[in-house]
Design a protein around this ligand. Structure first.
Ligand code: NAD
Length: 498
């Protein structure tokens, strides 16, 4: 069995204490062991990162961007290998694993042009002989704490902007899917990143708490479930750190009577069941408006949901989604389905008790579809994070909008309609961070920014795009006055900056 490691000062470093099992979710077997760092190991990695950051922060932005250029090229060259690493530990299909890497790569691509986002501001003659200029400087050492469900994309969303801004980063990936981040760190070294600037420290709560209490760490970027996001935000902020913590979701899709129901049903199947529903941007609640719309939608959804193929990633393009991440997750999802049935929701497709020949111990959950769900039910209130779609019927657009807005989460939402006025009104009024119009998973492109509202995000500024460059830098403003003009002759040669 493989024994994984940390990545510290540009080398693989063995753990020195506790270990955790990493499962193959398709078979239920333990396929590797990952070290869980102690506070002392974490603090040591941070101290080394702080040393390495000094020279990296002083490296000019174009040179740092060139590391990202080479890194992007290496990610492309290793796309299949990285996708397989993702799928092997997460269980998602290979095309989905490739998508996971691709959406992270796109943030690296924006970082290739990072210097333009690091430019400061200048006021000429703000007073008599006085100029003001503001510069964006790195925070120093920052930390990234990432979830299991996007083992490539979210570490890349964290590390690429943080490093481009001149910070060193200590990344603590999910202990359930650690291998991709370790491999990305090796590729970054090959791309020219100096040793120590990116430390990958594996671990669990002990390592996270050590990050939150470490006085050298200046900023924390977290992605994961809402209770942990809120906890991390509170403790990091209390310790004087800059923090942005992205949490869970319960994404609603409104289907208006004038929507193309076939297209809406196709979208719901992809957005609800893709990656076994283990996406923070998955649609987990369908909200048809009017009885006719709801009846037509359910009629279209049932055959599509029943037809979904569930299986291991090794089946290639043949399967729609793979297993969920752990046996505990499978048990929790099935218990939530039970609770929906007990509460009186209509289970029109039942995915419980799903078994796959040859993979009887895998963590597979069949697709489930609920009709007649009401907002008081546990299946509506909880983020299920599994292949379960709940339908809440509404009478009017206003009722559907209110339902979406009253939900405590605010990550993503979508509306399917043929009416521009309704779509515009929805996009304008809804209190959710990312909105799709006839578009089910509205993850913004990498030069925009990603972030939810309400209980889906704590702290300031979004992930990636210009916001990331603000989060990972602090502003310094200089007010300068010079009493005399140029004292010596000018220089006439055309000098390169690098
Ligand atoms: P999680 O909260 O269990 O874990 C996330 C990270 O926090 C991991 O690195 C884990 O080691 C650490 N952690 C877990 N428990 C901790 C504790 N008690 N104290 C300190 N650290 C702890 O989340 P997960 O199950 O890995 O990921 C799924 C969740 O992430 C879902 O809720 C999903 O919606 C959310 N998510 C959100 C976004 C977003 O951008 N909003 C993106 C992807 C996933």
């Amino acid at each position: 069995m493989e024994t994984l490691h940390h990545w510290i000062n540009g080398a693989r470093v063995k753990g020195s204490g506790r270990m955790a099992d990493v499962y193959n979710p398709a078979t239920g077997e333990v396929q590797a062991q990952v070290p869980l760092a102690s506070k002392a190991e974490l603090d040591e990695a941070v101290a080394k990162a702080a040393e390495a950051q000094v020279a990296w922060g002083a490296t000019n932005p174009q040179r740092r961007a060139r590391v990202m250029m080479k890194f992007g090229q290496l990610i492309n060259e290793h796309m299949d290998e990285l996708a397989e690493l993702v799928s092997k530990e997460h269980g998602k299909t290979l095309p989905d694993g490739r998508g996971d890497v691709q959406r992270g790569l796109e943030v690296v691509e924006v970082c290739m042009g990072g210097p333009s986002l690091l430019k400061g501001e200048f006021t000429d003659d703000g007073g008599p002989g006085i100029d003001l200029y503001s510069m964006r400087q790195p925070l120093g050492v920052v930390a990234g704490i990432t979830p299991f469900n996007f083992p490539a994309m979210i570490p890349l969303w964290k590390m690429a902007p943080a490093l481009t801004c001149g910070n060193a980063m200590v990344l603590k990936p999910s202990e359930r899917c650690p291998s991709t981040a370790l491999r990305l760190a090796e590729l970054l070294q090959e791309a020219g990143l100096p040793d120590g600037v990116l430390q990958v420290v594996n671990g669990d709560k002990e390592a996270v708490d050590a990050i939150l209490d470490n006085e050298t760490i200046q900023g924390v970027g977290f992605v994961g479930s809402t209770p942990i996001a809120q906890y991390i935000y509170g403790r990091a902020a209390n310790n004087g750190k800059r923090a942005q913590c992205f949490g869970g979701a319960k994404n609603h899709m409104i289907i208006m009577p004038d929507a193309d129901i076939d297209k809406a049903a196709d979208a719901l199947v992809g957005a609800g069941y893709g990656a076994a529903g283990e996406r923070c941007m998955a649609i987990s609640v369908a909200v048809p408006v009017g009885k006719e719309t709801a009846d037509a939608l359910i009629e279209k959804l049932v055959p599509r949901v029943e037809k979904l193929k569930v299986g291991p990633y090794t089946s290639g393009e043949e399967v729609d989604y793979g297993p969920v991440i752990t046996a505990a997750s499978k048990a929790r999802i099935e218990k939530l389905i039970d609770s929906g049935v007990d509460a009186g929701a209509k289970l029109v497709v039942d995915g419980r008790g799903f078994k796959l020949q040859g993979y009887e111990n895998g963590f597979f959950v069949g697709p489930s579809l609920f009709d007649d769900v009401t907002p008081d039910m546990e299946i509506y209130r909880e983020e299920i994070f599994g292949p379960v779609l709940s339908t809440v019927r509404t009478e009017s657009y206003e009722e559907a909008l209110k339902l979406t807005m009253d939900n405590p989460y605010g990550n993503g939402t979508a509306i399917y309609t043929a009416d521009g006025d309704t779509a515009r009104d929805f996009a304008h009024r809804v209190n959710v961070g990312m909105v799709g119009i006839n578009f089910p998973i509205p993850v913004p492109l990498s030069y925009h920014t990603f972030g939810g509202w309400k209980k889906s995000a704590f702290g300031d500024l979004n992930q990636y795009g210009p916001d990331a460059f603000r989060f990972y830098t602090k502003t310094k403003t200089v007010t300068a006055r010079w009493f005399s003009g140029i004292k010596e002759g000018g220089e006439f040669n055309f000098k390169a900056m690098d």
